[in-house]
Design a protein around this ligand. Structure first.
Ligand SMILES: Cc1cc2nc3c(=O)[nH]c(=O)nc-3n(C[C@H](O)[C@H](O)[C@H](O)COP(=O)(O)O)c2cc1C
Ligand SMILES: *[C@@H]1O[C@H](CO)[C@@H](O)[C@H](O)[C@H]1NC(C)=O
Ligand SMILES: *[C@@H]1O[C@H](CO)[C@@H](O)[C@H](O)[C@H]1NC(C)=O
Ligand SMILES: *[C@@H]1O[C@H](CO)[C@@H](O)[C@H](O)[C@H]1NC(C)=O
Ligand SMILES: *[C@@H]1O[C@H](CO)[C@@H](O)[C@H](O)[C@H]1NC(C)=O
Ligand SMILES: *[C@@H]1O[C@H](CO)[C@@H](O)[C@H](O)[C@H]1NC(C)=O
Length: 385
């Protein structure tokens, strides 16, 4: 009897669901003052702090647009929680005095291996919208790729670039072929150096959270866009065209076969298809089935990245540059200074984490620094015979 009680008590502890924490408790007080004033920027010590501020400060309609995932948001929550399933294996007694975060992307030098992912409607947090993101990226020398759904026009964003600043641009494939051709031309003419063409949204996602507030539930995306159309698009521009939203080893291999100069692993911030794999799992799937992909093409990835360790885990799998969407959008509540603060926090975390991991140079990172055994057990096995 007593044994049964003890057993059931232990079982309920073992099987109790761990509550989801959008911002794990690290002691941040995100209270917005009654007059609606933001907390002091220097009280923001970690990237999730920006999310806590946004939820209290933005109205529920605008916040829901940024925050929404598809349907039950299982994929959204998983993309944040999954990083904890991959454990780090630090090496010790390594000289880690000079860790440089410098990263080359398509021949362009940047100061860090992370970038600002394309996200629409930056105007919801700040009147200067994408201009702040572009300027902060220029000041911090990181890559920014504005969305085609930006508040500001393509040309306005290009105009605030610092001398020598390199930006990419996101592209949606419009059904209107005149508009599509004009978008491609405008991006190239404005001086952007690469195109992320989004391939994970042939139609809109079933976005329950945002649908409560009247956000448009349709897109202009061309559902007929195929690998053949991708090749036609590449013929329309001299810029490198990188498919954004690759989610399987099969598509990664097809992209390599097509000669794609890069691929971008993403599930669109879990806004399109609920229960789709998180980008960390996609990277593991590719690593386990076709690790050569990471050598044969330049791999970008985003989704749920909130900490320096998240970046290092993706890099160790072979990803070369890691994007963040929502956090940068939220940081823009504070304007350009907020965006710069986020860049500084993440650079600092990556440098500290790399040193504690015993990595003298980021390019040494590989899967020997990881234990992802638990995830490998569930990985999709591709039959390549
Ligand atoms: C508010 C919002 C708008 C977005 N708009 C676009 C877009 O216009 N084009 C696109 O390719 N991806 C878009 N995304 C997806 C992001 O590029 C990125 O894949 C995603 O935000 C990464 O996940 P994270 O928010 O967890 O960092 C958007 C994401 C958010 C949150
Ligand atoms: C939310 O805030 C935005 C910007 O301040 C404003 O334009 C919008 O009308 C507000 N929406 C609601 C539902 O209050
Ligand atoms: C670190 O940089 C200093 C100055 O450039 C150099 O003298 C030293 O050898 C470097 N150490 C390592 C481990 O690379
Ligand atoms: C990193 O890049 C900056 C700017 O291009 C440069 O000044 C610096 O020397 C580089 N550091 C290393 C260690 O390569
Ligand atoms: C297609 O796009 C062009 C250029 O943006 C625009 O002038 C035209 O009105 C659009 N056609 C339709 C049917 O929406
Ligand atoms: C792209 O251009 C090349 C060279 O002009 C041509 O051989 C190829 O058929 C074109 N591909 C498509 C899909 O238009």
């Amino acid at each position: 009897m007593r044994t049964a009680i003890i057993f059931s008590a232990l079982a309920s502890i073992a099987f109790a669901a761990i509550p989801f924490l959008n911002e794990p408790d690290t002691g941040f007080n995100a209270d917005v003052s009654p007059t609606g004033q933001l907390p002091a920027l220097d009280s923001i010590k970690g990237i999730p702090d920006f999310e806590a501020v946004a939820r209290r400060h933005m109205n529920v309609s605008d916040y829901s647009y940024y925050r929404t995932g598809a349907a039950g948001e299982f994929a959204y929550r998983r993309s944040l929680e999954i990083f904890d399933q991959v454990k780090l294996r630090p090496r010790t007694l390594v000289d880690v005095t000079n860790i440089s975060l410098n990263t080359t992307i398509f021949g362009h030098e940047f100061s860090a291996p992370f970038f600002i992912a394309p996200a629409a409607r930056a105007g919801l947090t700040h009147p200067r919208a994408e201009l702040n993101l572009a300027e902060a990226a220029g000041a911090g020398n990181i890559l920014y790729a504005p969305s085609l759904g930006s508040t500001k026009r393509i040309e306005e964003i290009a105009a605030v670039a610092a001398p020598g600043q390199v930006m990419f641009h996101q592209l949606y494939v419009s059904r209107n072929k005149t508009k599509f051709a004009s978008d491609v031309k405008r991006i190239e003419a404005a001086g952007f150096k690469g195109i992320f063409v989004t391939v994970d949204n042939p139609i809109h996602g079933a976005r329950t959270r945002e649908s409560r507030y009247g956000w448009p539930s349709t897109t202009d995306s061309d559902p007929k866009f195929t690998w053949e159309s991708y090749q036609e698009l590449r013929n329309m521009t001299s810029l490198p065209v990188i498919p954004k939203g690759i989610q399987s080893v099969e598509d990664a291999l097809l992209a390599v076969k097509c000669g794609a100069p890069g691929i971008y692993l993403s599930n669109h911030g879990a806004r399109q298809l609920d229960t789709s794999q998180s980008p960390l799992e996609i990277a593991i799937e590719i690593y386990e089935n076709a690790p050569e992909v990471f050598k044969e093409t330049f791999v970008f990835a985003d989704g749920g990245v909130r900490y320096g360790t998240d970046v290092l885990k993706l890099l160790a799998l072979g990803v070369k540059a890691v994007g963040l969407g929502r956090p940068f959008m939220y940081s823009n509540l504070f304007g350009r200074q907020g965006v710069e603060h986020l860049i500084d926090i993440l650079k600092e975390e990556i440098a500290l984490d790399a040193a504690n991991l015993g990595v003298a140079e980021l390019k040494q990172l590989d899967t020997r620094w990881l234990n992802f055994g638990r995830l490998s057990a569930y990985v999709y096995k591709l039959d390549r015979s």
